[in-house]
Design a protein around this ligand. Structure first.
Ligand code: SF4
Length: 294
């Protein structure tokens, strides 16, 4: 089997923990010329936002509305999840003004901050370490691939060495570390995808999110793919389950998995359209893992 990140949170807090997405209106340095232009070739940020989560509302209001929306379970606790764009891409004083009011809210036990590995520095990590003394704090890095040739191919604008540096420096300060990885990026074989597991095993990572490569309308990659379908292998769900099983066999159990697939809104997705939600995919994957035990 594998280590389930949601279960780890539940054990740590003794309650169900729900992440609430917050859109603080950050931008991305890979779009505005600071790191690059045009963004990562697979990215269309419109796929990130739930309805309650609009940057015209304050972060506290978004959190209140998110908590109201998800108020299903008695005793449930919450994490503020800064997901869209690059959520450390602002001066430190601005970040303090965003993060700290959320940590004072009732039932909010911490922060999860999604960012690029080249958008943190030692001073910022020291600040997160201060917050982590009293709250749950995770920095979730978009690693996407451990191969520099792929990172270059998708216009990611940073190297794998930068991901390694950020994850090690974050963990060293007692801050939880998470990573995103996309399986099936252009030029990557199944064996390359499995190599990512070996490389991540060398890092002090607490959590990993896997994503199948999706062709999303309006992205550079989708345009390239519409012109030449051979540039990527888009997995069928069965093939992807098989790849995930092999990936899990290589991944060390200290790295907990939060999710295996992403779900772009249907009207934005070109392919592959598997029509399953994450929990349905997890059920299928678990059934496959169980069957292998027999
Ligand atoms: S994936 Fe992240 S870093 Fe890349 S363009 Fe989109 S927001 Fe920017």
């Amino acid at each position: 089997m594998y280590t389930n990140y949601n279960q780890i949170l539940r054990e740590q807090f003794g309650a169900r923990v729900q992440k609430i997405s917050i859109n603080a209106g950050f931008t991305c340095p890979n779009r505005n010329g600071v790191k690059g232009w045009g963004g990562c070739t697979f990215c269309n940020n419109q796929t990130f936002f739930p309805e309650y989560c609009q940057p015209t509302k304050s972060v506290v209001q978004q959190m209140e509305e998110g908590i109201y929306f998800f108020r299903r379970y008695e005793g449930q606790l919450y994490l503020a999840y800064f997901q869209a764009y690059t959520n450390t891409y602002a001066p430190l004083d601005d970040l303090r003004r965003l993060y700290e009011p959320l940590l004072e809210m009732n039932k909010v036990v911490g922060l999860v901050v999604g960012t690029r590995p080249d958008c943190v520095d030692e001073r910022m990590l020291d600040y997160f370490a201060e917050l982590a003394e009293k709250h749950y704090v995770m920095l979730e890095y978009g690693v996407e691939s451990t191969l520099d040739r792929t990172l270059e191919r998708i216009n990611r604008g940073h190297t794998y060495a930068e991901s390694e540096w950020a994850i090690r420096e974050t963990a060293k300060r007692g801050i939880h570390t998470g990573a995103h990885l996309i399986l099936g990026l252009p030029g990557e074989s199944d064996e390359d995808c499995l190599l990512h597991a070996d490389r991540l095993n060398e890092l002090p990572l607490d959590m990993l999110k896997l994503h199948q490569l999706q062709m999303v309308k309006g992205t550079t990659l989708a345009k390239e793919w519409l012109e030449d379908r051979s540039i990527v292998k888009l997995y069928t769900m069965d093939e992807y389950i098989d790849l995930c099983v092999r990936f899990l066999q290589r991944l060390k159990p200290e790295i907990a998995i939060e999710r295996f697939i992403s779900q772009s809104p249907k009207d934005m997705l070109l392919a592959p359209d598997w029509g399953v939600k994450n929990y349905e995919f997890v059920d299928k994957l678990r059934a496959r893992l169980q069957a292998m035990k027999k």
